[in-house]
Design a protein around this ligand. Structure first.
Ligand code: G
Ligand code: G
Ligand code: MN
Ligand code: NA
Length: 254
């Protein structure tokens, strides 16, 4: 409860910031996009980790205003970067299930795009696989609508949710993010290799882009490269970075 009221104030008082983790093309190692990840610097408690406060935000419903703040901030950043010659950079934003399932979600997104002037083609919404399990017709329609607005849609934490393959084919998404848990023990772990490998061939057949998360070692990268993975994100390239450091990184990898 203490954390909850502190978080409520944090959203109002601008104690939150976004860090950005590079996503690079496997083919040539160039920067193609980034994932926005929220950080909380509390005046007394110091850095509070998202693993601690995101669950609190989800349980209390604060994830809705927090998610709105994150999306607005990421859109503003996209506009700033566009003005600095980084207009091609795709900025991915995590959308919690609770946020996505609200009836006014699309309106919220439209309002933020309008307010910030961000290019929808350069904003990617990451929706977790679990949020889209057995989507209702209304949620399916919502995805179509977001797609029509020009937004990119990615399925986050892919592999953790036992999606049926037929449903994946019907969803209007353009990208799968293979969950870090399947990448961590590659190439040695046979089960993880089977899941990652099946995901990559399924994605190829369905015409979907794949990004692998949590790539830490060159061996993992080589394994993914050999199996046609499009892009990767992980500590092998960079941890999530504050804006200024991200820009320095981008200048070296564009
Ligand atoms: O760096 P990392 O520790 O940032 O993030 C931990 C977890 O918090 C991840 O599962 C990540 O998806 C989640 N997370 C980070 N930023 C956001 C955000 O802006 N919105 C939501 N819903 N989740 C986030
Ligand atoms: O759930 P989501 O995919 O949004 O989570 C992203 C999380 O993964 C963040 O907490 C981010 O810091 C973390 N992350 C990104 N790359 C790596 C990596 O190479 N290794 C580990 N251990 N964590 C990573
Ligand atoms: Mn994510
Ligand atoms: Na993930």
């Amino acid at each position: 409860l203490v954390l909850e009221s502190a978080l409520r104030r944090a959203i109002e008082r601008d104690e939150l910031t976004l860090h950005y983790q590079p996503q690079v093309s496997v083919a040539d190692g160039r920067l193609v996009g980034c994932e926005a990840l929220v950080r909380w610097q509390h005046p007394d408690m110091g850095q509070v980790l998202p693993g601690q406060f995101i669950p609190v935000a989800e349980d209390s419903g604060l994830i809705v205003p927090l998610g709105e703040w994150v999306l607005r901030q990421a859109c503003r950043q996209q506009v700033t970067w566009a003005g600095a010659g980084l207009g091609w950079l795709v900025v991915a934003v995590n959308i919690s299930a609770l946020q996505f399932r609200r009836a006014d979600f699309t309106q919220q997104v439209v309002a933020i795009l309008r307010e910030t002037g961000a290019a929808p083609q350069r904003i990617e919404l990451e929706i977790t696989e679990s949020a889209l399990m057995q989507p209702t017709d209304a949620l399916h329609e919502r995805l179509l609508e977001l797609g029509r607005l020009g937004l990119k849609l990615a399925l986050d934490d892919f592999g953790t949710g036992y999606s049926s393959l037929s449903y994946l084919k019907r969803l209007p998404i353009s990208r799968l993010k293979i969950d870090r848990s399947f990448i961590m023990d590659l190439p040695g772990d046979h089960e993880d290799a089977a899941v990652a490998s099946a995901t990559l061939s399924l994605a190829r057949d369905l015409g979907l882009d794949v990004v692998a998360e949590g790539v830490e070692h060159a061996e993992q990268l080589a394994w993914l490269h050999a199996r046609g993975c499009d892009s990767v994100q992980g500590f092998l390239f960079s941890r999530p970075l504050p804006v200024a450091e991200f820009e320095t990184w981008a200048a070296r990898h564009a």
